[in-house]
Design a protein around this ligand. Structure first.
Ligand SMILES: [Zn+2]
Length: 343
């Protein structure tokens, strides 16, 4: 019965979103459109590697992580994914409250990191740390090629056939694997970034806007001239693969556990502004190098972006951005730091 109630609750949120103008009118959906259902607290029982799901009964499952003592089950979601059925158990321990977020007085300006999100380097911080983007590794490129091959093979199968269905499930399965790996890597990066900091500053990126299409350029004959969309499409794919939004969400979760503040700042001109004299010009940046055309200040371009972001974050906190000496860029790329590449 509660599973059915969940359905009504979902319908209710869909309608209230519609009335608020946040979403369109809810569409009727087939049963097959749904891939998950939820149980409310107090219904599901656990016993070692067995789980009791009301209406289904006792089932065996792989218990990936035992529930620590003191925690109670809040809700249970059963999900169908391409690689099988999964159950996620939300747990809560009310006796351990989250530490409060650090206030401005508790934040040491030296322990504030600005994080510049990018494509070539996933993150470059104001401390000169860089975190590699797994999309650039050989291994990832191989996976991407495999995905392309599977996608092509699947779309050549006859529509509506079981063969096609099976083929597409292989595509989905590879997508899922990549997503899992990305997620695991992001958690590691989140841990790395929050380590030893009081506050982290990120750009408040409009990722959807960044992925927008190029405007069509009409010519006199009623046709169109090239507008650079094919190059933009490649960039859009890289933006999607970097999944900055997902990374920031994970950083927020890890930071919340130790009261680290997360600050979002305006991203405008962070890569071309001089942190010393605040001169803004596209000429300041030449690829990997940053050289201010006004005062001659120079630094690694990515580190400079991080420094600008940190300074904006400090300003937002009401702390005067101090000019820390420029740091030599060190990388926490594969094999050097603790972060392991994808297998
Ligand atoms: Zn300058």
């Amino acid at each position: 019965s509660t599973v059915l109630q969940q359905m009504l609750r979902q319908l209710d949120t869909a309608f209230s979103k519609f009335f608020k103008g946040e979403a369109g009118y809810p569409k009727p959906k087939r049963r097959s459109r749904y891939r998950s259902f939820k149980y409310s607290p107090g219904q599901v029982k656990l016993d070692g590697n067995r789980i009791y799901l009301p209406g289904i009964g006792w089932m065996r499952f792989y218990n990936s992580r035992p529930i620590p003592t003191g925690f109670t089950i809040k809700s249970v979601t059963v999900r169908r994914k391409s690689r099988g059925w999964f159950v996620s158990i939300q747990i809560e321990d009310k006796s351990v409250p989250l530490p409060p977020v650090k206030t401005t007085d508790e934040i040491n300006p030296n322990c504030v990191k600005g994080c510049d999100l990018g494509i070539n380097k996933l993150v470059s911080t104001s401390d000169g740390e860089t975190i590699a983007n797994p999309s650039n590794t050989k291994n990832y490129k191989r996976q991407r090629r495999r995905l392309k091959l599977r996608q092509r093979a699947a779309s050549r199968k006859q529509k509506g056939s079981n063969n096609r269905k099976e083929s597409f499930s292989k595509v989905a399965s590879l997508h899922e694997r990549l997503a899992n790996k990305r997620s695991a890597y992001h958690w590691e990066v989140a841990k790395k970034l929050t380590d030893g900091t009081d506050a982290l500053v990120f750009e408040d990126l409009n990722i959807k806007g960044m992925k927008s299409r190029c405007k069509p350029k009409p010519n006199q004959d009623g046709g169109y001239v090239r507008n650079g969309q094919s190059a933009k499409r490649a960039l859009n794919r890289l933006i999607s693969e970097a999944a900055w939004g997902e990374l920031v969400l994970k950083v927020e979760v890890v930071a919340g556990k130790s009261g680290i503040a997360i600050i979002k700042v305006n991203p405008k001109h962070t890569s071309v502004e001089c942190p010393k004299c605040h001169h803004i010009s596209a000429d300041n940046r030449d690829g990997e190098k940053f050289l201010c055309t006004e005062c001659g200040y120079h630094d690694d371009a990515d580190v400079n972006g991080g420094v600008n972001i940190r300074n904006r974050g400090l300003k937002q906190l009401g702390i005067d951005p101090i000019q820390l000496p420029s740091v030599r860029s060190r990388s926490v790329a594969y094999g050097q730091g603790k972060l392991r590449p994808w297998k």
